[in-house]
Design a protein around this ligand. Structure first.
Ligand code: ZN
Length: 247
């Protein structure tokens, strides 16, 4: 079975459309979504509707932006741009789509085949999992072999070989890692809608459960259209500018 794994879409429907077109060519059976469907981009309704259609088994969890957009948190820790975008998104989602965002579950959630999905980390949905020290602590309390996380927007990988934990940042569009016996993995696919690794292309992962391999992918999308919609919507212009440089 092949899984398409999406994180941090952030209302960028142009990026999501390009990812789906590419992923269909690759082939997948089920979609897992690691949160932050909305916030920042100008296409939140399209993103929510597309994700609802793609995930009949409901393997979708919430991110911190989804919580603030849904008014489950007040965004006290958001900068002014993120907060303005969350408020714009709340005003512009249809009532039905806003209800869906409010209803999203917190991670971690496990699939029938034992994969785990979470937004920040399995121990804290709002944690930015960036260091080997943090990953070591997570592996200590979290026994699962293969866990997917988002939130940092950096395509990356922590591996516990039973002895020590190592980290790798994943670059380019054809990286693949085999899941090896005796090892455990925390995998970040990168962000669909707002990459922050200085590569403007949308990022995603295909996990091939038959070969037991994780494949990272990058794909170009209609950046100019996404930027124009952000500016036309009256969202903070920096949200359009940063998409061009992937920060
Ligand atoms: Zn995010």
């Amino acid at each position: 079975m092949r899984f398409l794994i999406l994180a941090d879409i952030h209302g960028n429907s142009e990026a999501l459309d390009a990812v789906l077109e590419r992923a269909r060519a690759d082939g997948y059976d089920e979609v897992l979504v690691l949160g932050d469907l909305v916030g920042y981009g100008a296409g939140p309704n399209e993103v929510v509707e597309t994700i609802r259609e793609l995930t009949p088994t409901g393997k979708v969890i919430r991110g911190n932006h989804d919580k603030v957009v849904g008014d489950l948190e007040d965004g006290w820790n958001f900068n002014s741009v993120a907060l303005a975008a969350a408020q714009w998104t709340r005003r512009n989602l249809t009532p039905e789509n806003l209800d869906y965002v409010v209803s999203l579950r917190p991670g971690p959630v496990m699939t029938e085949t034992g994969l785990v999905i979470c937004h920040g980390s399995p121990r804290d949905e709002d944690e930015y999992l960036l260091s080997v020290e943090q990953a070591t602590e997570v592996f200590r309390v979290h026994p699962h072999v293969l866990t997917f996380f988002g939130h940092t927007h950096i395509p990356s990988l922590f591996v516990d070989d039973g002895d020590k934990v190592s980290v790798a940042v994943v670059e380019g569009e054809h990286a693949a890692v085999p899941v090896e016996r005796g090892m455990r993995y925390l995998v970040n696919p990168g962000s669909v809608g707002q990459p922050r690794d200085q590569d403007r292309r949308a990022a995603f992962v295909i996990y091939d459960g038959d070969r037991d391999e994780v494949h990272w992918r990058r794909v170009d999308y209609d950046l100019e259209r996404a930027q124009k919609r952000i500016r036309d919507a009256g969202l903070p212009p920096i949200l359009a500018n940063r998409l061009a440089v992937g920060v």
